[in-house]
Write a protein that binds this ligand. Structure first.
Ligand SMILES: Nc1ncnc2c1ncn2[C@@H]1O[C@H](COP(=O)(O)OP(=O)(O)OP(=O)(O)O)[C@@H](O)[C@H]1O
Length: 336
């Protein structure tokens, strides 16, 4: 997908230039233009100038149904009078496949929803309906899949399973996913684009953008400590050590250990205690961060009060031990 366009909506103007053949997460404050970007890619809004190319075709002048684009909204938006199977068969039938129901069964199985085939949407939970909606979007075999906060309407309990499923089905596809959650970006996206006030202010590999944010917005939503390695049942294995945490990834999968700078304690003497992860390192910088001071080391960050920084006499070059409880660490599968 290649998009280079300008579009105005009332007083708002969105100006983007993006190219992606993999999974891209779009983040940004409310009103920054994320939905407008999806609308232009989907063909629901015509740009004032520029060009949109999807699957190698110039689709700028094409209506939505000729673009080979799939849209997954926050709400599943299934046809209420059709069974799950008939909902999923819609795309294959529209494309003239000889056996749309057989295709629909395959896609339902792909999202672990074969057993829901005969149910109507009102008999599905939010998570089940969203699974069926994913199958329906994929069954149309789009060149580009657009996902608008696909977990926003789900219970916190339903989101992790669906995230794992999307990670599986998005692999090797072109997709643009709007999300507020940096963990979605980490789990699903190869790259992240940050939009602020109608402009792309940051883009790059997911892990690089989220761990080294260059704008205040990205720092606020992300600014997470991320350590890459391999998931195992006891935590993340990296550089010959184990970082203990709650594991939300398959054993052996590439993953990142994630924790917030506010959950990191800093000591100038060695610390012990088994439920803690301790990192011996060196302070590289001290930066104001809201009411706190962000203590940076080559790999990690910790947020401390100014009083704590003074008590510890921290300054660049100081040898320190960073400590984070295993309960504050999650291990997520990561593509980017
Ligand atoms: N149909 C419309 N007519 C006029 N202005 C619009 C229209 N749709 C959106 N806008 C304006 O365009 C700007 C960008 O909106 P958009 O929905 O793309 O932002 P967003 O990043 O998706 O925000 P959110 O995170 O709140 O969903 C906003 O200022 C909004 O008020």
């Amino acid at each position: 997908m290649r998009a280079e366009f300008t579009v105005t909506r009332g007083a708002f103007r969105l100006d983007v230039r993006i190219a992606a053949d993999d999974v891209v997460a779009v983040m940004g404050p409310n009103g920054s233009g994320k939905s407008t970007l999806l609308d232009v890619l989907a063909g629901l809004v015509r740009p004032d100038a520029g060009r949109v190319e999807i699957g190698g075709r110039d689709v700028t002048a094409l209506p939505p149904h000729q673009r080979r684009v799939g849209l997954l909204a926050q709400d599943p938006l299934l046809f209420p009078h059709l069974t799950a199977l008939a909902n999923v068969a819609f795309g294959p039938r529209a494309r003239g496949l000889p056996d749309p129901h057989a295709a629909a069964r395959r896609w339902l199985a792909e999202v672990d929803a074969a057993h829901l085939a005969d149910r109507r949407p009102r008999a599905l939970s939010g998570g089940q309906a969203q699974r069926v909606a994913i199958a329906r979007a994929l069954a149309a075999e789009p060149d580009l899949l657009l996902l608008d906060e696909p977990f926003a309407a789900l219970d916190v309990d339903a989101a992790p399973a669906l995230r794992g499923l999307l990670r599986r089905v998005l692999r090797g596809r072109a997709a643009v996913i709007v999300t507020h959650d940096p963990l979605d970006a980490l789990a699903l996206a190869d790259r992240v684009i940050v939009i602020e006030d109608g402009r792309v202010v940051e883009q790059g590999a997911t892990r690089a953008v989220l761990s080294r944010p260059r704008t205040a917005f990205t720092a606020r939503v992300a600014g997470l400590n991320l350590i890459p390695g391999i998931a195992q049942p006891d935590g993340l294995h990296t550089d010959g050590r184990v970082i203990a945490g709650t594991v939300d990834a398959e054993p052996g999968e590439p993953a990142v250990a994630v924790f917030r700078p506010a959950d990191v304690a800093v000591y100038t003497e060695p610390v012990h205690g088994s439920p803690r992860n301790v990192f011996a390192t060196t302070v590289t910088a001290l930066e104001p961060h809201g009411d706190l001071i962000r203590v940076r080391t080559p790999e990690l960050a910790a947020d401390l009060t100014a009083a704590a920084v003074a008590d510890l006499a921290l300054e660049p070059g100081a040898a320190v031990y960073l400590s984070v409880k295993a309960t504050e660490v999650t291990v997520h599968a990561a593509t980017g």
